[in-house]
Design a protein around this ligand. Structure first.
Ligand code: HEM
Length: 414
């Protein structure tokens, strides 16, 4: 972003009356101008009510400790009552899945898929991930610009996801496509401009996976996600919409988030050459750098809850039925909890102290897998002494939910 755009955003964020601030506008995330709005809310009104938001009235929770208080209180703040994103859809239009369920059903379904990321399985996957990282890095063009998002971030995460689902490898880019479609909010002028179009594409996803389900249900239980879902008593009788809902959860969970951390990491290292040098001098810092990348990126900007009883948060009374948005992206920049929160520092004292994976019963299932992928990637980049230079500003996606990039132009010197 140019200095002019930064100054303008700062001026506008101060000039707008407090009660008119609406941080949910996807354009602010696309042009990266949302930061001064969050900064003002954290200072002046950390639990803020927006009456006329683009997606209806909602509370913004912007400070670290208030977010923890909401995230860990699932009895008062339901994921099921209104879903987990700021955009409302009627119950009949939603695809049920366990991130948008409350106990006990949430707990049973979560237990079904958790073994995929058990420590023993992660240890099994490490060698495979490393060999894929090596192949991808060794095949990158030299001395010419290319899109890091496409050739590295998407490729690596999509290959991983294909393995977790035991999905036909040659069709793996379909997973990327469905993931992008699933996280698209239909908007005029965009390729997907209606919910109907979006849902028709997701019906193709369902048909494809139903074929795989039918093959696996008649075989002995396997260790891939589809087989786990097909054989577990908690999930084997799911209706098609619920099956699709859980597929979308696992596709988006395992794909967009890690993808955007891979891209963000490269961008931050290029913006902070002193930190990259620190890492080169001491590769033992890789695990802590990975956590810092995930904090600084915050790949999911928010999670939404709906109050199912009156509750007090940060001194404000939230009423039953209210929409409550936990802005992880803001809590991760809360100076009261994280020192120099706006700086990218790879050797922090408590690097895993961040909100990017959430807290409480919905805390990210795949957090260790995501960290492992990033760790291996940086180990192999450093081992090769790859000098990857960013050659332009990243292009960000217009979303207040998936905080990410559609492209990052880079060049590797010989
Ligand atoms: C849940 C972030 C990687 C699968 C979540 C939540 C967040 C998140 C914020 C919701 C937490 C809450 O509501 O308290 C991330 C980030 C990742 C990542 C930042 C990468 C850097 C992954 C991967 C997988 C995955 C690799 C799958 C292999 C899931 C699932 C849930 C979830 C299934 C739902 C958990 C539940 O509702 O109990 N993730 N995630 N995530 N994530 Fe991740």
């Amino acid at each position: 972003m140019s200095t002019l755009a930064v100054n303008r955003a700062q001026y506008e964020a101060q000039a707008v009356p407090l009660d008119r601030i609406d941080v949910s506008d996807p354009k602010r995330f696309q042009d990266d101008t949302v930061w001064p709005y969050f900064e003002r809310l954290r200072k002046e009104d950390p639990v803020h009510f927006c009456r006329d938001g683009m997606f209806g009235p909602y509370w913004s929770i912007t400070k670290y400790r208030d977010i923890m208080a909401v995230d860990t209180n699932h009895k008062a703040f339901s994921s099921e009552a209104g879903g987990i994103i700021i955009v409302d859809r009627n119950v009949g239009e939603r695809f049920p899945n366990f991130i948008a369920m409350d106990p006990p059903k949430h707990d049973e379904q979560r237990k079904t898929v958790s073994p995929i990321v058990a420590p023993a399985n992660l240890a099994n996957l490490e060698g495979l991930i490393r060999s894929r990282v090596c192949t991808i890095l060794d095949s990158l063009p030299r001395q010419e610009s290319f899109n890091w998002v496409d050739k590295v971030s998407i490729e690596l995460t999509t290959q991983m996801l294909a393995t977790l689902f035991d999905f036909p490898f040659e069709d793996r880019r379909l997973l990327t496509y469905w993931s992008d479609v699933a996280t698209t909010f239909p908007q005029a002028g965009q390729p997907i401009d209606t919910w109907e179009k979006r849902d028709a594409i997701l019906a193709e996803c369902l048909a494809y996976f139903t074929r795989l389900w039918n093959e696996r249900i008649n075989k002995a239980p396997g260790s891939d996600l589809i087989s786990m879902l097909a054989h577990s008593p908690a999930t084997r009788n799911m209706q098609p919409r619920e099956f699709l809902g859980n597929l979308i959860l696992l596709i988006v969970g395992g794909n967009d988030t890690t993808r955007n951390s891979i891209t963000g990491g490269l961008w931050f290292m290029n913006q902070n050459p002193d930190q990259l040098q620190k890492l080169r001098n001491n590769p033992a810092l890789i695990p802590s750098a990975v956590s810092e990348i995930i904090r600084y990126q915050t790949p999911l900007a928010h999670m939404r809850r709906t109050a199912v009883q009156d509750a007090i948060v940060g001194g404000k009374r939230i009423r039953e039925g209210d929409k409550v948005v936990m802005w992880y992206i803001s809590g991760n920049r809360d100076e009261e909890v994280i020192e120099n929160a706006n700086s990218f520092i790879i050797d922090r004292k408590n690097p895993r102290q961040h909100l990017s994976f959430g807290f409480g019963i919905h805390r990210c299932v795949g957090n260790r897998l995501a960290e492992m992928q990033l760790r291996i990637l940086w180990e192999e980049i450093l081992r090769r002494e790859l000098d990857v230079k960013v050659t332009g500003e990243p292009v960000r996606v217009p979303s207040n939910f998936v905080h990410g990039y559609s492209s990052l132009s880079v060049r590797i010197s010989a």
